[in-house]
Design a protein around this ligand. Structure first.
Ligand code: GEK
Length: 245
């Protein structure tokens, strides 16, 4: 484990009451360990986000990383994109996450300029975008706000621009839902999480992280104006889509 972050033990001891999950300083401290042990395929999605961004980046445009957390996607893009005159705007509404993100960007030697913004992505004005990445963040936006947000992302993209959308997904079929949930629990147990940690975290996320089916995502992306929508990755109950303008 790297020296700048700790092992996630946030839910290892019983809590009298489990409140809603918050992206505060305690989470920021353990975040890389937490997300790697909780999201199957996380490293692959991040690495590929850099490769896809490099493919769709247009000269003199902006690349957005919405819900950037500690900057993993921003760094993947920064290290891959070679189009001239680009910049990255990385956005998160958690000051604690952004503080650490700033340190990670400062420690990286790639040259692409990065601007960090502490803002709610639902209120953000975007423009001149060739690539917008929303990795595991739309799932925290209230359901009714998702289509308006995607419409604004579509409007901000240049022709030929790309949206990369990665999410925890649900399944319409109850049996499939149960099977994939069980496999996700086994994935977390194999990564060292106890039954207590898994169940307390589930309670904390219950009203906060609202997954939808891959079909709902595809339909809504089309409603938002994206003409070509391709799921390019799935690992258990996590998936990523590429949507082109
Ligand atoms: C990664 N993309 O490493 N506005 C801005 N930020 C938000 C909002 C919002 N409305 N809602 C949530 N966030 C990252 C991982 S984590 C995913 C993304 C997870 C932020 C929140 O503060 C957190 O940093 C991030 O979105 C979600 O690939 O923890 O499962």
């Amino acid at each position: 484990m790297s020296a700048d972050h700790e092992q996630d033990q946030l839910y290892a001891t019983p809590r009298p009451e489990v409140g809603d999950f918050l992206f505060d300083a305690t989470v920021a401290r353990v975040f890389p360990d937490m997300i790697n042990r909780s999201v199957p395929g996380y490293g692959t999605v991040i690495g590929l986000s850099g490769i896809l961004a490099a493919r769709y980046a247009q000269a003199h445009s902006t690349l957005y990383d919405l819900g950037c957390s500690l900057g993993a996607t921003t760094l993947a893009m920064r290290q891959r994109v070679t189009a001239a005159g680009c910049r990255i705007v990385a956005v998160d509404n958690s000051p604690a996450m952004l503080d650490r993100c700033r340190q990670h960007i400062a420690a990286d030697s790639a040259l692409l300029p990065v601007e960090l913004l502490c803002a709610d992505i639902q209120q953000l004005a975007l423009s001149n975008a060739s690539v917008i990445v929303v990795n595991f963040t739309l799932q925290f936006v209230p359901l009714a706000q998702r289509l308006p947000l995607l419409r604004r992302l579509h409007a901000a993209l240049l022709p030929g621009g790309a949206l990369i959308l990665s999410e925890k997904i649900a399944f319409a079929d109850a049996d499939e839902q149960q099977r994939l949930e069980e496999l996700h629990v086994l994935f977390k147990k194999a990564n060292g999480y106890s039954d207590l940690e898994i169940s307390q975290k589930r309670t904390a996320l219950e009203n906060v992280l609202l997954p939808e089916t891959l079909e709902q995502h595809q339909l809504r992306l089309r409603q938002a104006g994206f003409t070509r929508v391709t799921p390019w990755f799935q690992c258990l109950n996590f998936a990523s889509l590429l949507a082109l303008k």
